[in-house]
Design a protein around this ligand. Structure first.
Ligand SMILES: Nc1ncnc2c1ncn2[C@@H]1O[C@H](COP(=O)(O)OP(=O)(O)OP(=O)(O)O)[C@@H](O)[C@H]1O
Ligand SMILES: [Mg+2]
Length: 367
């Protein structure tokens, strides 16, 4: 990414609170106009990184550049960013228009221009005509939209959003996700979203930084994280994944032979993908990358038999648990329910077959 394309550059940021290491050596760039998410479990350091970007917290080490300018000595109100907090932070005693216009007071705009900007925001958040409504007469979703408008009316280059949809119920949250994405596309402002909800991150983001224990584990597109996770931790955090112990048995030039006892097979994988690992590795495979059969599939190069343990109907998809051996190795297989129905009823205890393509196997270190 060239310097012109970069909106935020996080350079080796560390943050300690006394003896607690909240963030350690975080290093990544966010592009102009990008929808970027920080994804991680509770306590992984997401809010701390966001607060350092906003200037509410000073980093213990490292530096942050926003729009090419180093931010260390720049106070929050002079940074080209604005932040939306999880708990809405809108004033219940003010009406919607005054809430949105709150930050404009400092700019000393004439009343006509002020009104114009507020109306523009009301249109943007699809609440035209709501200006006079008191904030505590709004639904949760409407309040959240007002909080967004209040941050956007100041025309920041970057909008920082800390779990902005966390307090909404599932249905409203999904609806707001669609709106948030559409809003970001239409105004082109760089969004940095903090979330612990992997589905939310995958749905909304151009790219995601996965965090754990204060460290950034991987920065990638949603598809990149899903298809090419760099570690077991990332693979387990994003979507469902099966892990099988495996061993590198030989290396020949660019390719390595790997023994996978669970699948009773060996496979070859480019040595480049194994470079960082020792000989004991894990092979990861997504449940939907395996296919279930009633009979041995004659036309598949890779297949193994097992015993069906459980079948779970999940609506659009059906998930099967299959025991691969008598040592307790089980594997999850997921297929669309339409496909699963074509197999007819299979009872737990029945012998089944699984097949997969070699590209579906992801080698990972045992970290
Ligand atoms: N002001 C503080 N003083 C001491 N420790 C802090 C402070 N703020 C955060 N921490 C610690 O730093 C770590 C990271 O906290 P942070 O709030 O960044 O996590 P998070 O990823 O946002 O979590 P959550 O999803 O629960 O909001 C945690 O262990 C937290 O307890
Ligand atoms: Mg947080």
């Amino acid at each position: 990414m060239t310097q012109d394309e970069t909106m935020i550059s996080v350079r080796n940021i560390g943050k300690r609170f006394g003896s607690v290491v909240a963030v350690e050596d975080a290093c990544f760039d966010i592009r102009r106009g990008e929808f970027f998410s920080l994804l991680g479990a509770s306590g992984s350091g997401k809010t701390t990184v966001l607060r350092i970007m906003a200037g509410f917290e000073a980093a213990t080490s490292g530096a942050i550049f926003i729009d090419g300018r180093q931010m260390d000595a720049v106070p929050p109100h002079q940074r080209p960013v604005n932040m939306v907090f999880q708990n809405y932070a809108i004033f219940p005693h003010l009406n919607v228009a005054d809430n949105i216009g709150f930050g404009l007071r400092k700019l000393k705009l004439d009343p006509v221009e002020r009104r114009r900007r507020i109306d523009e925001m009301l249109e943007l958040i699809k609440l035209p005509g709501f200006g006079d409504r008191l904030a505590d007469q709004l639904s949760g979703g409407q309040r959240q939209r007002v909080a967004l408008a209040r941050a956007l009316v100041l025309q920041p280059k970057v909008l920082l959003l800390d779990e902005p949809l966390g307090a909404l119920d599932k249905q409203l949250r999904e609806q707001m996700q669609v709106e948030l994405r559409a809003l970001q596309r239409s105004i082109g402002v760089t969004f940095v979203l903090v979330t612990h909800d992997q589905e939310e991150a995958l749905t909304l983001s151009d790219r995601i930084a996965v965090m754990a224990d204060g460290r950034v584990l991987q920065v990638d597109t949603p598809a990149g994280l899903y298809e090419r996770p760099c570690s077991r931790q990332v693979a387990g955090f994003v979507g469902n994944m099966n892990f099988l112990p495996a061993r590198v048995v030989s290396q020949d030039g660019g390719s390595a032979r790997i023994d996978v006892p669970g699948l009773q097979t060996t496979c070859s994988i480019s040595a480049e993908r194994l470079a960082r690992f020792g000989s004991d590795i894990s092979l990861a495979i997504r449940p939907e990358r395996m296919t279930l059969h009633r009979e041995r599939p004659a036309d598949q190069a890779n297949s193994v038999s097992g015993v069906l343990h459980d079948r779970m109907y999940l609506g659009e998809r059906t998930q099967f648990q299959v025991a691969l051996d008598d040592r307790g190795t089980t594997i999850a297989v997921s297929s669309s329910t339409t496909v699963a129905e074509r197999l007819g009823s299979i009872d737990p205890g029945a012998q089944v077959w699984l097949s997969w393509s070699e590209e579906a196997l992801i080698p990972l270190g045992n970290d």
